[in-house]
Design a protein around this ligand. Structure first.
Ligand SMILES: Cc1cc2nc3c(=O)[nH]c(=O)nc-3n(C[C@H](O)[C@H](O)[C@H](O)COP(=O)(O)OP(=O)(O)OC[C@H]3O[C@@H](n4cnc5c(N)ncnc54)[C@H](O)[C@@H]3O)c2cc1C
Length: 411
C-alpha cells in the first residue's frame, strides 16, 4: 500500500504509523473473519476484535493523560483510524469508536465527576463500551433523530426529560438506535430539562450501566452493520449524581452540536474506508476474471466504472481529511461549532456516504453473481455502507446543513 494517497499537509508522522498499525490489525484480525460477523449472535468474534483494539489503545485514546488516557485530540488522526478500520468492517469500527464519541462532551468540558467515575474503567485493559444517545423514536410532535440534531429546532423536540431532585438528576424517556445500545457500560443521554427552554434546556447526562430504571428492547434486525448493536433504551426514573451532567445550560447544546459535527466528519471517513475495501476487492477480481477474451477491467466500459469509483474515493478521502484539518485548526477556521464547520462536515459526510453507496453498487455489478455472495465481501460492504447515508441527520438534513455554510437558511 502506498502512503502517497495522503497529502503531506494533513498527516503527521505518528498518523502514518498509526495507519500502518490499524491496517495491519485489519488484515490479520478482521479480514479473515469479516464474512462471519453477520452471524456472530453471541458477539464472540466482534468482542474479540474489539478487545484487540482496546489492547491497541483505541478505547482510552481520547481520555486525558492524567487519567491514564492517550490525550489524543486530533480529528485528522481519528479520521485515519476510522478509514482503516472501516476498510475491514464499518460496524466494528463504529462500535469501537463510539465510546470516544460518548465521552467527548465530558472530556471537552473537563467534567471531573464524570471522568473520576468512568475514566479508570475505560482507561483500563478490559473492553468497555460507551453509547451516545441522541435519537428518539419520535411521535406526532416530530422528534426523531434529525429533529434533535437540527440546530434550528434548538432541542425543542427532545422528549427525554432530566429533572433535578436535590443532588440527583432523575431521567425519564426513550432513546432509539444508539450504537452499542444494550451492550454499553456507559451512556451519554441527550435530554432536556424543559423543551420550551430550547438550547438552554439541552442536557447531556452520563448514566452507568447497569443502572436502576435503565432497560433495553431487543436488538434491531438490520440490513448490515451487524458489528454494531442497536436497540431501544428505556429510562424510567433513572437517577444519576448532579455532577453527571456534561457541562450545564447552553454549554451542553454546544457539546451536542460539536459531537454531531465531529461525527459527520468521522463517519465520512468510515464511508471512505468501506468504499476502499470494496474497490480493492473488485479491482483484483476484475483483473483476474476473463469475459469476452480479456480481463473485465480491460474492457473500456468497465474501466470507466473503475475510474468513477477511484474518482469518488480519492475526492471523498481528501475532502474528509480537509474537513478534519479545518476542525483541528481553529486558529484559522474558527470554532468547531459554527455554521461553517457544520456545513463542511456535512459535505464530507453526505458526499463520502454517496460515494460508498455508488462504489459498492458498481463493484457488485462488475462482479456479477459473485458480488452478491458472502465469500467475496462486496455484498457486505454494500449492505454496511447504506446506513451511513441515513444516520447522523440523513441525506436531506445533511444537505440542509451544507447550505447553512453559504447563506441564511429559512427552509
Ligand atoms: C446502525 C445505526 C447506528 C446508529 N447509531 C446511532 C447513535 O450512536 N446515536 C444515535 O443517537 N442515533 C444513532 N442512530 C440513529 C440515526 O442517527 C438516526 O436514525 C438518523 O439520524 C435519522 O433519524 P430518524 O431515523 O429518526 O429519521 P427522521 O429524523 O425521521 O428523518 C427521516 C427523513 O426525513 C429527512 N429530514 C429530516 N429532517 C429534515 C429537514 N429538516 N428537511 C428535510 N428533510 C429532513 C431525513 O433526511 C430522512 O430522509 C443509528 C442508526 C443506525 C441504523
Amino acid at each position: 500500500m502506498s502512503e502517497k494517497k495522503y497529502l503531506d499537509v494533513f498527516l503527521k508522522e505518528e498518523d502514518l504509523m498509526a495507519r500502518e498499525m490499524f491496517h495491519g490489525f485489519v488484515e490479520k484480525e478482521i479480514m479473515p473473519v469479516r464474512h462471519l460477523v453477520d452471524d456472530d449472535n453471541d458477539f464472540m468474534i466482534v468482542n474479540r476484535i474489539l478487545q484487540g483494539l482496546t489492547n491497541l489503545g483505541v478505547q482510552k485514546a481520547a481520555f486525558p493523560l492524567e487519567y491514564g488516557g492517550g490525550g489524543a485530540a486530533s480529528i485528522v488522526s481519528a479520521a485515519i483510524m476510522h478509514e482503516e478500520l472501516a476498510r475491514g468492517d464499518s460496524g466494528i469500527a463504529t462500535s469501537a469508536t463510539v465510546t470516544t464519541w460518548a465521552f467527548l462532551p465530558a472530556i471537552i468540558a473537563g467534567n471531573k465527576a464524570v471522568l473520576d467515575h468512568f475514566a479508570p474503567m475505560f482507561c483500563g485493559d478490559a473492553l468497555k463500551l460507551g453509547c451516545f444517545a441522541i435519537t428518539e423514536p419520535g411521535g406526532t410532535h416530530g422528534g426523531g433523530g434529525c429533529d434533535i440534531e437540527n440546530p434550528s429546532l434548538q432541542g425543542r423536540k427532545i422528549r427525554t426529560v432530566a429533572r433535578l431532585e436535590g443532588d440527583e438528576w432523575v431521567i425519564n424517556g426513550q432513546k432509539a438506535w444508539g450504537s452499542n445500545a444494550g451492550v454499553a457500560d456507559a451512556y451519554c443521554i441527550v435530554c432536556t430539562t424543559d423543551p420550551d427552554l430550547g438550547d438552554e434546556g439541552i442536557a447531556l447526562m452520563y448514566v452507568p450501566s447497569p443502572c436502576e430504571g435503565l432497560s433495553f428492547g431487543k436488538f434491531e434486525n438490520k440490513a448490515g452493520m451487524q458489528g454494531d448493536k442497536n436497540c431501544m433504551m428505556f429510562l424510567e426514573d433513572v437517577r444519576v449524581p448532579k455532577g453527571f451532567r456534561a457541562a450545564g445550560p447552553g454549554a451542553d447544546a454546544q457539546l451536542m452540536h460539536n459531537n454531531v459535527i465531529a461525527a459527520r466528519i468521522l463517519t465520512g471517513a468510515l464511508a471512505v474506508g468501506n468504499a476502499q475495501g470494496a474497490f480493492e476487492t473488485v479491482l483484483k477480481y476484475a483483473g483476474e476474471r476473463i469475459v469476452a477474451d480479456k480481463p473485465i477491467r480491460q474492457h473500456s466500459i468497465c474501466a470507466g466504472m473503475l475510474a468513477d469509483m477511484a474518482i469518488g474515493i480519492e475526492t471523498a478521502r481528501n475532502y474528509c481529511l480537509a474537513a478534519a484539518y479545518m476542525y483541528d485548526h481553529t486558529e484559522t477556521y474558527g470554532p468547531p461549532v459554527s455554521d461553517f464547520m457544520l456545513s463542511r462536515a456535512s459535505i464530507a459526510k453526505t458526499y463520502a456516504a454517496d460515494v460508498a453507496v455508488m462504489v459498492t453498487n458498481k463493484a457488485m455489478e462488475l462482479m456479477g453473481s459473485y458480488g452478491y455472495v458472502r465469500d467475496y465481501h462486496v455484498e457486505k460492504y454494500w449492505r454496511d455502507c447504506k446506513i451511513i447515508q441515513l444516520w447522523e441527520g440523513g441525506a436531506q438534513l445533511g444537505r440542509f446543513d451544507v447550505c447553512r455554510g453559504y447563506y441564511e437558511c429559512n427552509l
